[in-house]
Design a protein around this ligand. Structure first.
Ligand code: PLP
Length: 460
Protein backbone atom coordinates (compact mmCIF):
# COMPACT_ATOMS: atom_id res chain seq x y z
CA UNK A 1 0.00 0.00 0.00
CA UNK A 2 1.33 3.40 -0.87
CA UNK A 3 0.63 6.59 1.01
CA UNK A 4 -0.76 9.61 -0.69
CA UNK A 5 -0.39 13.03 0.81
CA UNK A 6 -2.96 15.43 -0.49
CA UNK A 7 -1.82 19.01 0.03
CA UNK A 8 -5.10 20.80 -0.23
CA UNK A 9 -5.81 24.31 0.82
CA UNK A 10 -6.45 24.44 4.58
CA UNK A 11 -5.63 20.77 5.21
CA UNK A 12 -2.75 18.40 4.77
CA UNK A 13 -4.37 15.05 4.38
CA UNK A 14 -2.48 11.81 4.59
CA UNK A 15 -4.39 8.89 3.11
CA UNK A 16 -3.31 5.29 2.64
CA UNK A 17 -4.47 4.62 -0.89
CA UNK A 18 -3.49 1.78 -3.12
CA UNK A 19 -3.08 2.33 -6.84
CA UNK A 20 -6.83 2.42 -7.41
CA UNK A 21 -8.67 5.56 -6.43
CA UNK A 22 -12.33 4.71 -6.73
CA UNK A 23 -15.00 5.94 -4.35
CA UNK A 24 -14.84 2.83 -2.14
CA UNK A 25 -11.00 3.09 -1.90
CA UNK A 26 -11.36 6.65 -0.76
CA UNK A 27 -14.12 5.77 1.73
CA UNK A 28 -11.97 3.00 3.15
CA UNK A 29 -8.89 5.21 3.46
CA UNK A 30 -10.88 7.91 5.25
CA UNK A 31 -12.51 5.31 7.54
CA UNK A 32 -9.05 4.02 8.47
CA UNK A 33 -7.72 7.49 9.15
CA UNK A 34 -10.65 8.37 11.42
CA UNK A 35 -10.74 5.02 13.22
CA UNK A 36 -7.03 5.03 13.90
CA UNK A 37 -7.25 8.56 15.30
CA UNK A 38 -5.03 10.09 12.63
CA UNK A 39 -7.93 12.33 11.66
CA UNK A 40 -9.25 13.77 14.89
CA UNK A 41 -12.85 14.82 15.58
CA UNK A 42 -13.38 18.35 14.33
CA UNK A 43 -10.64 18.15 11.66
CA UNK A 44 -11.70 20.10 8.58
CA UNK A 45 -11.31 18.19 5.36
CA UNK A 46 -10.30 19.75 2.06
CA UNK A 47 -13.09 20.65 -0.28
CA UNK A 48 -14.07 17.90 -2.68
CA UNK A 49 -12.74 20.01 -5.52
CA UNK A 50 -9.24 20.44 -4.11
CA UNK A 51 -8.94 16.87 -2.81
CA UNK A 52 -10.05 15.57 -6.21
CA UNK A 53 -7.37 17.71 -7.82
CA UNK A 54 -4.66 16.45 -5.46
CA UNK A 55 -5.64 12.82 -5.95
CA UNK A 56 -6.22 13.13 -9.67
CA UNK A 57 -9.77 11.81 -9.53
CA UNK A 58 -13.14 13.17 -10.57
CA UNK A 59 -14.70 15.62 -8.14
CA UNK A 60 -17.84 13.45 -7.95
CA UNK A 61 -15.76 10.55 -6.64
CA UNK A 62 -14.70 12.63 -3.65
CA UNK A 63 -18.15 14.19 -3.21
CA UNK A 64 -19.77 10.73 -3.21
CA UNK A 65 -17.24 9.40 -0.71
CA UNK A 66 -17.86 12.38 1.57
CA UNK A 67 -21.61 11.90 1.16
CA UNK A 68 -21.41 8.25 2.21
CA UNK A 69 -19.30 9.07 5.26
CA UNK A 70 -21.70 11.84 6.27
CA UNK A 71 -24.61 9.39 5.98
CA UNK A 72 -22.74 6.89 8.15
CA UNK A 73 -22.04 9.55 10.77
CA UNK A 74 -18.25 9.68 10.34
CA UNK A 75 -18.24 13.18 8.84
CA UNK A 76 -20.50 16.19 9.17
CA UNK A 77 -21.17 18.64 6.38
CA UNK A 78 -21.51 22.19 7.66
CA UNK A 79 -23.24 24.66 5.43
CA UNK A 80 -20.71 27.26 4.30
CA UNK A 81 -17.79 25.79 6.22
CA UNK A 82 -17.10 22.52 4.49
CA UNK A 83 -16.85 19.00 5.81
CA UNK A 84 -15.27 17.90 9.06
CA UNK A 85 -14.70 14.75 11.06
CA UNK A 86 -17.71 14.20 13.32
CA UNK A 87 -17.24 15.29 16.89
CA UNK A 88 -18.27 12.39 19.04
CA UNK A 89 -17.69 11.63 22.61
CA UNK A 90 -14.22 10.20 22.87
CA UNK A 91 -14.61 6.46 22.35
CA UNK A 92 -12.98 5.64 25.62
CA UNK A 93 -14.24 7.87 28.35
CA UNK A 94 -15.04 7.12 31.90
CA UNK A 95 -18.55 7.56 33.19
CA UNK A 96 -18.88 11.23 33.97
CA UNK A 97 -20.74 11.11 37.24
CA UNK A 98 -19.76 8.97 40.15
CA UNK A 99 -23.03 7.50 41.29
CA UNK A 100 -23.48 7.32 45.03
CA UNK A 101 -23.47 3.85 46.57
CA UNK A 102 -27.04 2.50 46.69
CA UNK A 103 -28.69 2.82 50.08
CA UNK A 104 -28.74 -0.26 52.26
CA UNK A 105 -32.08 -1.36 53.65
CA UNK A 106 -33.06 -3.42 56.64
CA UNK A 107 -35.27 -5.36 54.23
CA UNK A 108 -34.00 -5.48 50.68
CA UNK A 109 -36.34 -6.39 47.83
CA UNK A 110 -34.50 -4.41 45.18
CA UNK A 111 -33.77 -6.57 42.12
CA UNK A 112 -30.35 -7.50 40.77
CA UNK A 113 -28.82 -9.72 43.41
CA UNK A 114 -29.37 -13.34 44.38
CA UNK A 115 -29.60 -14.41 48.00
CA UNK A 116 -25.86 -14.32 48.64
CA UNK A 117 -26.31 -16.24 51.87
CA UNK A 118 -26.90 -19.34 49.67
CA UNK A 119 -23.31 -19.25 48.43
CA UNK A 120 -22.13 -22.87 48.76
CA UNK A 121 -19.12 -22.12 50.94
CA UNK A 122 -18.09 -25.63 51.90
CA UNK A 123 -18.51 -27.13 48.39
CA UNK A 124 -16.64 -24.17 46.93
CA UNK A 125 -13.86 -24.59 49.43
CA UNK A 126 -13.60 -28.29 48.63
CA UNK A 127 -13.51 -27.52 44.89
CA UNK A 128 -10.85 -24.84 45.44
CA UNK A 129 -8.69 -27.25 47.45
CA UNK A 130 -8.98 -29.93 44.79
CA UNK A 131 -8.43 -27.53 41.88
CA UNK A 132 -5.38 -25.85 43.43
CA UNK A 133 -3.82 -29.14 44.38
CA UNK A 134 -4.22 -30.49 40.86
CA UNK A 135 -3.27 -27.27 39.01
CA UNK A 136 -0.04 -27.35 37.01
CA UNK A 137 2.58 -24.69 37.89
CA UNK A 138 1.82 -22.80 34.67
CA UNK A 139 -1.69 -22.11 35.96
CA UNK A 140 -0.14 -19.56 38.34
CA UNK A 141 1.61 -17.67 35.56
CA UNK A 142 0.41 -15.44 32.72
CA UNK A 143 -1.87 -17.32 30.41
CA UNK A 144 -4.32 -17.36 27.55
CA UNK A 145 -6.42 -14.14 27.48
CA UNK A 146 -9.44 -16.38 26.88
CA UNK A 147 -9.05 -17.84 30.37
CA UNK A 148 -8.25 -21.30 31.69
CA UNK A 149 -8.92 -24.16 29.30
CA UNK A 150 -10.28 -26.28 32.17
CA UNK A 151 -13.10 -23.79 32.70
CA UNK A 152 -13.72 -23.22 29.01
CA UNK A 153 -14.12 -26.97 28.47
CA UNK A 154 -16.42 -27.32 31.48
CA UNK A 155 -18.54 -24.39 30.33
CA UNK A 156 -18.73 -25.61 26.72
CA UNK A 157 -20.19 -28.81 28.02
CA UNK A 158 -22.54 -27.17 30.51
CA UNK A 159 -23.80 -24.44 28.17
CA UNK A 160 -24.55 -26.93 25.38
CA UNK A 161 -26.39 -29.22 27.78
CA UNK A 162 -28.26 -26.73 29.95
CA UNK A 163 -28.74 -23.69 27.71
CA UNK A 164 -28.57 -25.14 24.19
CA UNK A 165 -25.61 -22.93 23.32
CA UNK A 166 -23.38 -23.99 20.42
CA UNK A 167 -20.21 -23.66 22.41
CA UNK A 168 -16.66 -24.45 21.36
CA UNK A 169 -14.03 -24.01 24.13
CA UNK A 170 -11.84 -22.20 21.59
CA UNK A 171 -14.45 -19.49 21.25
CA UNK A 172 -15.23 -19.06 24.93
CA UNK A 173 -13.72 -16.07 26.69
CA UNK A 174 -13.81 -15.77 30.47
CA UNK A 175 -14.37 -12.21 31.63
CA UNK A 176 -14.82 -10.45 34.94
CA UNK A 177 -18.56 -10.01 34.87
CA UNK A 178 -21.06 -9.38 32.13
CA UNK A 179 -20.14 -5.72 32.43
CA UNK A 180 -16.69 -6.50 31.07
CA UNK A 181 -18.16 -8.59 28.26
CA UNK A 182 -20.31 -5.63 27.25
CA UNK A 183 -17.46 -3.19 27.56
CA UNK A 184 -15.14 -5.27 25.36
CA UNK A 185 -17.82 -5.98 22.78
CA UNK A 186 -18.74 -2.28 22.60
CA UNK A 187 -15.08 -1.36 22.15
CA UNK A 188 -14.64 -3.88 19.34
CA UNK A 189 -17.89 -2.90 17.65
CA UNK A 190 -16.89 0.77 17.71
CA UNK A 191 -13.44 0.03 16.32
CA UNK A 192 -15.07 -1.92 13.49
CA UNK A 193 -17.27 0.99 12.55
CA UNK A 194 -20.45 0.43 14.56
CA UNK A 195 -21.99 3.61 15.91
CA UNK A 196 -25.45 2.62 17.13
CA UNK A 197 -26.54 -0.08 19.56
CA UNK A 198 -30.22 -0.97 19.92
CA UNK A 199 -31.21 -1.81 23.49
CA UNK A 200 -34.47 -2.86 25.10
CA UNK A 201 -36.39 0.14 26.43
CA UNK A 202 -36.23 -1.45 29.88
CA UNK A 203 -32.94 -2.49 31.40
CA UNK A 204 -29.98 -1.23 33.40
CA UNK A 205 -28.69 2.28 32.85
CA UNK A 206 -25.25 0.96 33.88
CA UNK A 207 -25.22 -1.22 30.77
CA UNK A 208 -26.28 1.66 28.52
CA UNK A 209 -23.58 3.84 30.12
CA UNK A 210 -20.95 1.17 29.40
CA UNK A 211 -21.84 1.09 25.70
CA UNK A 212 -21.87 4.90 25.58
CA UNK A 213 -18.51 5.09 27.32
CA UNK A 214 -17.12 3.11 24.38
CA UNK A 215 -18.49 5.63 21.90
CA UNK A 216 -21.76 3.96 20.88
CA UNK A 217 -25.09 5.73 20.63
CA UNK A 218 -27.75 3.75 22.41
CA UNK A 219 -31.30 3.70 21.02
CA UNK A 220 -34.30 2.01 22.65
CA UNK A 221 -36.50 -0.76 21.23
CA UNK A 222 -40.04 -0.97 22.59
CA UNK A 223 -40.83 -4.04 24.71
CA UNK A 224 -44.27 -5.71 24.80
CA UNK A 225 -45.62 -9.03 26.05
CA UNK A 226 -43.66 -10.86 23.32
CA UNK A 227 -40.37 -9.28 24.39
CA UNK A 228 -38.35 -6.71 22.46
CA UNK A 229 -39.92 -5.28 19.29
CA UNK A 230 -37.36 -6.71 16.91
CA UNK A 231 -39.06 -4.96 13.98
CA UNK A 232 -37.58 -1.74 15.42
CA UNK A 233 -33.96 -2.94 15.36
CA UNK A 234 -31.54 -0.34 14.11
CA UNK A 235 -27.83 0.39 14.06
CA UNK A 236 -25.15 -2.23 13.79
CA UNK A 237 -25.73 -4.23 16.98
CA UNK A 238 -28.38 -4.96 19.60
CA UNK A 239 -28.42 -5.94 23.23
CA UNK A 240 -31.15 -8.42 24.17
CA UNK A 241 -32.25 -10.46 27.19
CA UNK A 242 -34.05 -13.22 25.22
CA UNK A 243 -34.59 -15.81 27.97
CA UNK A 244 -36.14 -13.36 30.43
CA UNK A 245 -36.53 -9.71 29.61
CA UNK A 246 -35.03 -7.61 32.38
CA UNK A 247 -37.18 -6.36 34.08
CA UNK A 248 -40.52 -7.07 32.32
CA UNK A 249 -39.96 -10.81 32.69
CA UNK A 250 -41.17 -12.18 29.33
CA UNK A 251 -39.15 -14.44 27.03
CA UNK A 252 -38.50 -13.26 23.48
CA UNK A 253 -41.19 -14.89 21.28
CA UNK A 254 -40.02 -17.41 18.64
CA UNK A 255 -40.96 -15.24 15.65
CA UNK A 256 -39.12 -12.28 17.19
CA UNK A 257 -36.04 -14.46 17.61
CA UNK A 258 -36.17 -15.35 13.93
CA UNK A 259 -36.70 -11.71 13.04
CA UNK A 260 -33.68 -10.63 15.11
CA UNK A 261 -31.46 -13.20 13.40
CA UNK A 262 -32.77 -12.17 9.97
CA UNK A 263 -31.98 -8.54 10.80
CA UNK A 264 -28.44 -9.45 11.84
CA UNK A 265 -27.90 -11.46 8.67
CA UNK A 266 -29.30 -8.78 6.41
CA UNK A 267 -27.44 -5.85 7.94
CA UNK A 268 -24.27 -7.63 9.04
CA UNK A 269 -25.35 -6.85 12.60
CA UNK A 270 -24.40 -8.42 15.90
CA UNK A 271 -26.82 -9.53 18.60
CA UNK A 272 -25.47 -9.52 22.15
CA UNK A 273 -27.39 -12.09 24.17
CA UNK A 274 -27.44 -11.36 27.91
CA UNK A 275 -28.40 -14.71 29.46
CA UNK A 276 -28.13 -13.40 33.02
CA UNK A 277 -30.61 -15.72 34.74
CA UNK A 278 -31.47 -18.35 32.14
CA UNK A 279 -31.05 -21.13 34.74
CA UNK A 280 -34.00 -19.93 36.79
CA UNK A 281 -37.20 -20.93 35.03
CA UNK A 282 -39.88 -22.49 37.17
CA UNK A 283 -43.01 -23.52 35.34
CA UNK A 284 -41.89 -24.58 31.92
CA UNK A 285 -38.92 -25.94 30.06
CA UNK A 286 -36.03 -23.47 30.07
CA UNK A 287 -36.00 -21.14 27.07
CA UNK A 288 -32.94 -22.04 25.01
CA UNK A 289 -30.30 -19.58 23.96
CA UNK A 290 -30.82 -17.38 20.91
CA UNK A 291 -27.18 -18.02 20.00
CA UNK A 292 -28.04 -21.55 18.78
CA UNK A 293 -29.93 -20.02 15.84
CA UNK A 294 -26.77 -18.42 14.44
CA UNK A 295 -23.50 -18.54 16.42
CA UNK A 296 -21.86 -16.21 13.89
CA UNK A 297 -24.41 -13.47 14.50
CA UNK A 298 -24.87 -13.77 18.26
CA UNK A 299 -22.33 -13.10 20.99
CA UNK A 300 -23.64 -15.12 23.92
CA UNK A 301 -22.89 -13.98 27.47
CA UNK A 302 -23.58 -15.73 30.76
CA UNK A 303 -22.60 -14.92 34.32
CA UNK A 304 -22.03 -16.49 37.73
CA UNK A 305 -23.56 -13.42 39.36
CA UNK A 306 -27.08 -14.86 39.65
CA UNK A 307 -26.31 -18.57 39.91
CA UNK A 308 -23.45 -18.23 42.44
CA UNK A 309 -22.51 -14.73 43.59
CA UNK A 310 -21.90 -11.29 42.02
CA UNK A 311 -18.74 -10.95 44.13
CA UNK A 312 -17.02 -13.67 42.12
CA UNK A 313 -16.92 -11.37 39.09
CA UNK A 314 -16.91 -14.31 36.72
CA UNK A 315 -18.75 -14.40 33.43
CA UNK A 316 -18.28 -16.00 30.03
CA UNK A 317 -18.85 -15.21 26.42
CA UNK A 318 -19.17 -17.40 23.34
CA UNK A 319 -17.91 -15.23 20.55
CA UNK A 320 -18.48 -15.37 16.77
CA UNK A 321 -15.29 -16.41 14.99
CA UNK A 322 -14.92 -13.05 13.24
CA UNK A 323 -14.87 -11.18 16.56
CA UNK A 324 -12.58 -13.48 18.48
CA UNK A 325 -9.25 -11.91 17.55
CA UNK A 326 -10.21 -8.25 18.08
CA UNK A 327 -12.01 -9.19 21.26
CA UNK A 328 -8.93 -10.91 22.66
CA UNK A 329 -6.81 -7.90 21.72
CA UNK A 330 -9.25 -5.72 23.70
CA UNK A 331 -9.21 -8.16 26.63
CA UNK A 332 -5.42 -8.13 26.63
CA UNK A 333 -5.26 -4.37 26.88
CA UNK A 334 -8.06 -4.27 29.47
CA UNK A 335 -6.54 -6.63 32.03
CA UNK A 336 -4.48 -9.30 30.26
CA UNK A 337 -6.67 -12.09 31.59
CA UNK A 338 -9.27 -12.73 34.27
CA UNK A 339 -7.84 -13.95 37.58
CA UNK A 340 -7.29 -17.67 37.18
CA UNK A 341 -7.62 -19.30 40.58
CA UNK A 342 -11.40 -18.90 40.84
CA UNK A 343 -11.64 -20.09 37.24
CA UNK A 344 -9.98 -23.34 38.23
CA UNK A 345 -12.32 -23.67 41.19
CA UNK A 346 -15.40 -23.02 39.06
CA UNK A 347 -14.19 -25.59 36.51
CA UNK A 348 -13.91 -28.18 39.26
CA UNK A 349 -17.25 -27.07 40.73
CA UNK A 350 -18.97 -27.65 37.38
CA UNK A 351 -17.29 -30.91 36.38
CA UNK A 352 -17.88 -32.48 39.79
CA UNK A 353 -21.64 -31.82 39.45
CA UNK A 354 -21.79 -29.27 42.29
CA UNK A 355 -22.88 -26.48 39.99
CA UNK A 356 -25.92 -28.39 38.69
CA UNK A 357 -26.89 -29.39 42.21
CA UNK A 358 -26.46 -25.85 43.50
CA UNK A 359 -28.56 -24.39 40.66
CA UNK A 360 -31.30 -26.97 41.25
CA UNK A 361 -31.31 -26.19 44.99
CA UNK A 362 -31.50 -22.46 44.33
CA UNK A 363 -34.26 -22.92 41.77
CA UNK A 364 -36.37 -24.63 44.40
CA UNK A 365 -35.47 -22.00 47.00
CA UNK A 366 -36.48 -19.10 44.75
CA UNK A 367 -39.57 -20.86 43.46
CA UNK A 368 -40.83 -21.27 47.01
CA UNK A 369 -40.16 -17.61 47.71
CA UNK A 370 -42.00 -16.60 44.58
CA UNK A 371 -45.01 -18.78 45.48
CA UNK A 372 -45.14 -17.25 48.96
CA UNK A 373 -45.00 -13.75 47.55
CA UNK A 374 -47.77 -14.41 45.02
CA UNK A 375 -50.03 -16.11 47.60
CA UNK A 376 -49.55 -13.36 50.15
CA UNK A 377 -50.21 -10.55 47.68
CA UNK A 378 -53.43 -12.24 46.53
CA UNK A 379 -54.73 -12.09 50.10
CA UNK A 380 -53.28 -8.86 51.45
CA UNK A 381 -52.99 -6.66 48.36
CA UNK A 382 -55.66 -7.91 45.93
CA UNK A 383 -55.52 -4.69 43.91
CA UNK A 384 -52.01 -5.58 42.74
CA UNK A 385 -51.45 -7.55 39.52
CA UNK A 386 -48.40 -9.79 39.49
CA UNK A 387 -46.55 -10.50 36.22
CA UNK A 388 -43.29 -12.02 35.06
CA UNK A 389 -43.44 -14.85 37.59
CA UNK A 390 -42.33 -17.80 35.50
CA UNK A 391 -38.60 -17.14 35.70
CA UNK A 392 -35.82 -15.17 37.32
CA UNK A 393 -35.53 -13.60 40.74
CA UNK A 394 -37.92 -10.68 40.45
CA UNK A 395 -41.57 -9.95 39.65
CA UNK A 396 -43.37 -7.01 38.10
CA UNK A 397 -46.27 -5.62 40.12
CA UNK A 398 -48.87 -3.30 38.59
CA UNK A 399 -50.07 -1.23 41.52
CA UNK A 400 -53.27 0.74 42.09
CA UNK A 401 -51.54 3.95 43.15
CA UNK A 402 -48.47 6.08 42.63
CA UNK A 403 -45.51 3.69 42.35
CA UNK A 404 -42.86 6.26 43.35
CA UNK A 405 -44.92 7.18 46.37
CA UNK A 406 -44.94 3.53 47.43
CA UNK A 407 -41.17 3.24 46.99
CA UNK A 408 -40.66 6.35 49.13
CA UNK A 409 -42.99 5.08 51.84
CA UNK A 410 -41.28 1.68 51.80
CA UNK A 411 -37.84 3.31 52.07
CA UNK A 412 -38.94 5.28 55.14
CA UNK A 413 -39.77 1.97 56.78
CA UNK A 414 -36.46 0.36 55.83
CA UNK A 415 -37.73 -1.63 52.82
CA UNK A 416 -36.01 -1.39 49.43
CA UNK A 417 -38.17 -1.80 46.30
CA UNK A 418 -37.92 -0.12 42.90
CA UNK A 419 -40.30 1.44 40.41
CA UNK A 420 -40.48 0.04 36.90
CA UNK A 421 -39.69 3.57 35.80
CA UNK A 422 -36.25 3.22 37.35
CA UNK A 423 -35.39 0.75 34.57
CA UNK A 424 -36.93 2.72 31.73
CA UNK A 425 -34.77 4.21 29.01
CA UNK A 426 -36.78 7.43 29.20
CA UNK A 427 -37.73 7.64 32.87
CA UNK A 428 -40.89 9.55 33.58
CA UNK A 429 -42.34 8.91 30.13
CA UNK A 430 -44.37 5.87 31.10
CA UNK A 431 -47.94 5.85 32.33
CA UNK A 432 -47.67 2.44 33.91
CA UNK A 433 -47.61 2.45 37.71
CA UNK A 434 -45.54 -0.61 38.48
CA UNK A 435 -42.88 -1.92 40.82
CA UNK A 436 -40.05 -4.40 40.42
CA UNK A 437 -39.65 -6.63 43.44
CA UNK A 438 -36.52 -8.74 43.74
CA UNK A 439 -37.56 -11.66 45.92
CA UNK A 440 -34.17 -13.30 45.48
CA UNK A 441 -32.23 -10.65 47.31
CA UNK A 442 -32.82 -10.94 51.08
CA UNK A 443 -31.40 -13.72 53.21
CA UNK A 444 -33.95 -16.22 54.53
CA UNK A 445 -34.15 -14.74 58.02
CA UNK A 446 -35.46 -11.39 56.73
CA UNK A 447 -37.73 -12.61 53.91
CA UNK A 448 -40.90 -12.83 56.03
CA UNK A 449 -40.32 -9.35 57.48
CA UNK A 450 -39.69 -7.98 53.99
CA UNK A 451 -42.93 -9.50 52.62
CA UNK A 452 -44.91 -8.21 55.57
CA UNK A 453 -43.70 -4.65 55.04
CA UNK A 454 -44.29 -4.94 51.29
CA UNK A 455 -47.90 -5.97 51.85
CA UNK A 456 -48.42 -3.06 54.26
CA UNK A 457 -47.10 -0.60 51.69
CA UNK A 458 -49.13 -2.08 48.82
CA UNK A 459 -52.36 -2.50 50.74
CA UNK A 460 -52.83 1.22 51.35
C1 PLP B 1 -29.81 -7.93 33.10
C2 PLP B 1 -28.53 -8.35 33.76
N1 PLP B 1 -27.47 -8.61 33.00
C3 PLP B 1 -26.30 -9.01 33.55
C4 PLP B 1 -26.16 -9.14 34.89
C5 PLP B 1 -24.86 -9.63 35.46
O1 PLP B 1 -23.87 -8.69 35.45
P1 PLP B 1 -22.42 -9.06 36.05
O2 PLP B 1 -22.02 -10.38 35.48
O3 PLP B 1 -21.55 -7.95 35.59
O4 PLP B 1 -22.54 -9.11 37.55
C6 PLP B 1 -27.22 -8.82 35.73
C7 PLP B 1 -27.08 -8.89 37.19
O5 PLP B 1 -27.08 -9.90 37.77
C8 PLP B 1 -28.44 -8.46 35.14
O6 PLP B 1 -29.52 -8.23 35.90
Amino acid sequence: MESTRANSVGADLHLDLTGSRGRSDLVEALHDSIRSGRLLPGTRLPSSRSLAKDLGVARNTVADAYGQLVAEGWLVARQGSGTEVARREAPITRTQQIKPAPPTYRYDLTPGSPDVSTFPRSEWLAAARKALTAAPHEAFGYGDPRGRIELRRALADYLARARGVRADPERIVIVSGYVQALSLLSEVLYAEGARTLSVEEFGYDLHWDIARSRGLDVVPLAVDDQGARTDQLQGQAALLTPAHQMPIGVPLAPDRRTQAIEWARTYNGLLIEDDYDGEFRYDRQPVGALQALDPERVAYTGTASKSLAPGLRLAWMVVPQALLEPLLAAKRTADLQTATLDQLTLAEFITSGHYDRHVRRCRLHYRRRRDRLVELLAVRAPGVTVAGISAGLHVLLDVPGDAQDMVDRAARQGLGIATLDRYRFHPGKGERQALIVGYGTPPDHSYSGALDLLCQVLAV
